[in-house]
Design a protein around this ligand. Structure first.
Ligand code: DON
Length: 559
């Protein structure tokens, strides 16, 4: 009997040990790409193997995603890059879409002032002037070491060879079939029912990429591709003109940089709200010793929820394209202001979004997306989030050009107080104006610790990008998780309005009654997944650990 008990105890201990083993990601010595498709990660890695840097790899990976991941990878959308060079220099590039010249403040409301259903999300009217190609050439001009022709060629080859349909992609193509039909006449995705393991060849896209290879950036904005795009849109009743394309420029921006305890965080500045909101949330919770609360426990969720509630309320009121509106960034992310915002917080009772509006700033003046992370063998780091906005954007597919166009216009506040597809409400600061960039939540982010590169991360997920990125930063910095473990953990989200906390289905439900008791509303119906984080962690021994989000087909590859 004693023997049996002894044996059972040993078995029990072995089992416990097994369960406690944290999930480990791919670990490599020098360089890594983590992105939404294996083919694109491999193409990025091949570029670095032949001596290219992280910026060269970015261009190749981005174009490969445009081919292999039409869900969000694109040449008809836009994005943001945050970088940190091997020498510690940081910067950001904004290649966000812009409102067309003919856009007007009320273009999505009828004479009675009601929002016209789907106009800002589906079809030609939803499209912002695309920035991706301008962005990639801008990066190349400053940091590229390999000729652009060589960086675009793997994407061309992939488009011709064709891309295998994954199970997730097959189901998403089925799901959006009706909307493809509404937005287009005939396109490749309607030719047949695409099933898992079919191969789709993107021959028209290959031709477009070849023209860009041969003629450079202007091919997209002034050349044959521009003509194809504009005439297709005008046929369908769109408002984008050649002049819109000619005028488009990607812009270098100063990223948002702030300290959280002993870490320095570098994230995207306006026209994204990402960096400011992450800074607001982290700096609001900084005075609390958060690691003493169990991870994802009731107190942890409550504290972050209350910080997020306040940050999203500020987002809605203060933030927009800062080429058009003045944003007092220093005040918004100052500890002084945020401590005062958190004064009404108590662990005993939920706050209420009707009572918590935006803050009052002092007079002190200074005034369906995809993310990939790359670190190269030299120590340069690149975080890029790029998007068409919704899955396949406006669903408008430029047939002769072989690519989807975004529906980024829906990120504007199309009517004060009206919730966009992510439930976000906005105001004056984010109203539509010709040539203005719509406010984003995309948050490509880099973390430094002790002056050294620590982590590169980001996520898709609309408004949930901010909270997804922030939770992964805390998972690593406060809870010492590895990258894959951090990325795999269940997530939650609060965004001021609607006033509820969304939880992924795998979240520990035992905390719900406790939260409900003190006044929180739980929403588990709407969030099968929150974010899809692709990240890289520099381990203490200098090796790299990838975190490829299991919520998608994402893949870390390195050497
Ligand atoms: O810029 C933004 O915030 C949105 N257009 C991002 C869209 C997105 O993340 C879609 N992914 N699920």
């Amino acid at each position: 009997m004693k023997k049996l008990i002894f044996l059972l105890s040993i078995l029990f201990l072995i089992q416990c040990k097994k369960e406690k083993q944290p999930i480990k990601g791919v670990i490599t010595d020098k360089a890594m790409v983590v992105c939404a498709r294996q083919e694109a990660s491999q193409i990025g890695i091949n570029i670095m193997k032949k001596g290219g840097n992280a910026f060269d790899a970015m261009i190749a990976t981005d174009l490969a995603l445009a081919v292999s991941y039409p869900f969000a990878g694109n040449i008809g959308g836009g994005g943001f890059l945050v970088y940190r060079t091997k020498d510690g220099e940081v910067g950001a590039l904004d290649y966000r879409e812009k409102a067309p010249l003919a856009a007007t403040r009320n273009m999505y409301v009828d004479e009675k002032g009601n929002v016209i259903e789907n106009k800002s999300t589906l079809g030609t009217n939803a499209i912002g002037v695309p920035g991706t190609i301008a962005g990639l050439f801008k990066v190349h001009e400053k940091f590229g070491t390999i000729p652009f022709k060589e960086l675009i060629q793997p994407a061309i080859d992939l488009a011709k060879k064709g891309v295998l349909v994954t199970k997730k992609q097959a189901s998403s193509l089925k799901k959006y079939k009706k909307n493809f039909q509404k937005a287009n006449k005939r396109i490749i995705f309607l030719d047949k029912v695409w099933n898992e393991n079919d191969t789709i060849k993107y021959l028209k896209l290959a031709e477009t990429l070849e023209r860009i290879r041969d003629n450079g950036r202007d091919e997209f904005y002034k050349g044959k591709t521009a003509d194809i795009l504009v005439s297709y849109l005008q046929d369908l009743g769109g408002i984008i003109t050649k002049e819109d394309l000619v005028k488009y420029q990607a812009k270098w921006r100063k990223p948002i940089v702030f300290n959280y305890k002993d870490a320095k965080i570098i994230s995207m500045s306006p026209p994204s709200s990402g960096g400011i909101c992450i800074a607001q949330i982290l700096k609001s919770i900084e005075p609390y010793n958060i690691s003493k609360y169990k991870h994802n426990s009731e107190k942890y969720v409550q504290l972050i929820t209350e910080a997020a509630r306040r940050a999203y309320a500020d987002r809605s009121h203060f933030l927009g394209d800062n080429d058009f509106v003045h944003i007092n960034i220093d005040s918004l992310i100052s500890s002084e202001y945020l401590d005062q915002r958190m004064q009404s917080f108590s662990f005993n009772k939920a706050n209420n979004s009707d009572e918590i509006g935006h803050g009052i700033l002092g007079l002190k003046e200074s005034n369906e997306t995809t993310h990939y992370s790359i670190i190269d063998q030299f120590g340069n780091a690149v975080a890029v989030t790029t998007t068409l906005n919704s899955a396949y954007g406006s669903k408008v597919y430029v047939k002769e050009g072989g690519f989807f166009l975004n529906n980024e216009m829906d990120d504007f506040s199309i009517k004060p107080g009206f919730a966009n597809s992510y439930g976000l409400v906005g105001a004056e600061a984010n109203k539509i104006e010709p040539e203005k960039r719509m406010l984003s939540s995309m948050s490509p982010t880099i973390v430094e610790q002790n002056g050294k590169l620590k982590m590169v991360l980001g996520s898709p997920g609309g408004s949930t990008i901010i909270t997804s990125v922030m939770q992964n930063i805390l998972n690593v910095l406060e809870y010492n998780m590895g990258m894959q473990e951090a990325v795999s953990k269940p997530r939650f989200h609060h965004q001021w309005l609607p006033d509820n906390i969304k939880f992924e289905p795998s979240f520990d439900k035992t905390i719900f009654p406790k939260l409900e008791k003190i006044g929180y509303t739980i929403d588990q119906s709407n969030a099968p997944v929150i974010g899809k984080v692709d990240a890289i962690l520099v381990l203490p021994n200098g090796k790299l650990e990838g975190g490829a989000d299991p919520r998608g087909d994402d893949k870390a590859i390195g050497f």
